[in-house]
Design a protein around this ligand. Structure first.
Ligand code: GLU
Length: 299
C-alpha cells in the first residue's frame, strides 16, 4: 500500500501553493487506495513555531486532509537523527568541517545556475574525525544521479558538482533539513514524495543520502508552483493568501478546494468541491506540470 506525505515547515501560514501541494499529495495517495501522513518539519528551531504548526493542521483539516497516523514533529526526533549520523560515521561517510560562511564565500567557484547557490568545494574532506559534536558533512561520491519524476519525466543531476558535500549537522546542535527529511521518510515508510518544483534541485543530494543509509528510494513528483497573479513568486508580501485571507474575501472552503482540484487537472473548470469528491478524478497524467496563477480577485 502506498504511503504519501505532506511535510510543511511551521514557519508561517500555509498559502495557496502549499495547500495545492498538500491536496496533490493526499489525492495521489488516496487515489491509489493508500495512506497519507502529515509531518511537521520544525527542525530549524528558531524559525519554527508550534502555533503555526497547529494552525496548519487546522487548515488542512478544514480541507478534509487529515493524517492517517499521529503527526510527527521533527523537533522530537533528534535521537533518530543522531543515530543516522553514527551510522554514517561508521560507514566512513562523514567529516568535520571548520569552514565559516565567510571562508565559503571566498572559496566559492562558479555560481550555481539555478538559484545562485555556490557549491561547497569539499575543502575539509581530509580532516581527521573529531567526534559527533563538530559540524559534519556527508562525503558524496562522484557522478550523476538519475531518477524518474512523474511530473517532469527523467531527471539527472550531479549533486557533487551542483552543491558539493552537504552539511548534515551544525556545531550549534542543528540537524540539517536533508538529514531530517531522509531519515523520517525512511522511518515512516514513505513511498511517494509530492512537493513543489522549488525543491527539485535538492532531490539528487537526498537520493545520495538515502543510498548511504540503505533506505529505499520513494517516487518523486515535483509540482509546478502557484504564483501571484502577475506571475511573480509567492511571498509574504506578493499576494500569498491562506485560507483566512481568502475567507475574508468571501471565498468559501469548497470553492478553494475546487480551484485547487481544477489546477491539478481534476475537472474542466473550477467548481466547488470537497477533497473526497476529487479522489476518483485525480490522475498524474492529467495534472499540468506548469505554473498556476492565483486569480486576481484572490490575491
Ligand atoms: N519542509 C519542506 C518545506 O516546507 C518540504 C520538505 C519536503 O517536502 O521534502 O519546504
Amino acid at each position: 500500500m502506498i504511503i504519501g506525505r505532506f511535510a510543511p515547515s511551521p514557519t508561517g501560514i500555509l498559502h495557496l501553493g502549499n495547500l495545492r501541494t498538500a491536496l496533490a499529495s493526499w489525492l495521489s495517495a488516496k487515489s491509489k487506495g493508500g495512506r497519507w501522513v502529515i509531518r511537521m518539519e520544525d527542525v530549524d528551531g528558531p524559525r519554527c513555531q508550534r502555533e503555526f504548526g497547529e494552525q496548519q493542521l487546522r487548515d488542512l483539516a478544514e480541507l478534509g486532509l487529515e493524517s492517517d497516523e499521529p503527526v510527527i514533529w521533527q523537533s522530537d526526533r533528534s535521537g533518530a537523527y543522531r543515530e543516522a549520523l553514527t551510522n554514517l560515521h561508521e560507514l566512513n561517510r562523514l567529516y568535520p568541517c571548520h569552514c565559516t560562511r565567510k571562508d565559503l564565500q571566498m572559496l566559492a567557484s562558479a555560481p550555481h545556475e539555478e538559484d545562485g547557490l555556490r557549491p561547497y568545494p569539499n575543502r575539509c574532506r581530509h580532516r581527521p574525525w573529531e567526534g559527533l559534536e563538530a559540524a559534519l558533512r556527508l562525503h558524496l561520491p562522484e557522478g550523476g544521479v538519475d531518477w524518474l519524476d512523474s511530473a517532469l519525466g527523467r531527471q539527472s543531476d550531479d549533486p557533487a558538482a551542483l552543491t558539493g558535500d552537504p552539511l548534515l549537522f551544525r556545531r550549534d546542535g542543528l540537524y540539517a533539513y536533508h538529514l531530517a527529511v531522509v531519515v523520517d521518510d525512511g522511518a515512516q515508510g514513505i513511498m511517494e514524495i509530492v512537493r513543489g518544483m522549488d525543491l527539485r534541485s535538492i532531490t539528487a543530494t537526498q537520493i545520495r543520502l538515502q543510498e548511504a543509509l540503505s533506505l529505499p528510494r520513494p517516487a518523486y513528483h515535483h509540482l509546478g508552483l502557484v504564483t501571484a497573479p502577475d506571475g511573480s513568486r509567492l511571498g509574504k508580501r506578493a499576494g500569498a493568501p491562506g485560507l483566512e485571507a481568502l475567507h475574508q474575501r468571501g471565498i468559501g472552503t469548497e470553492e478553494i478546494i475546487g480551484w485547487l482540484g481544477w489546477s491539478l487537472g481534476c475537472m474542466e473548470k473550477p467548481e466547488p468541491s470537497t477533497a473526497e469528491n476529487l479522489v476518483t478524478r485525480f490522475r498524474w497524467d492529467h495534472s499540468p506540470a506548469d505554473f498556476f496563477r492565483i486569480p486576481n480577485t484572490w490575491a
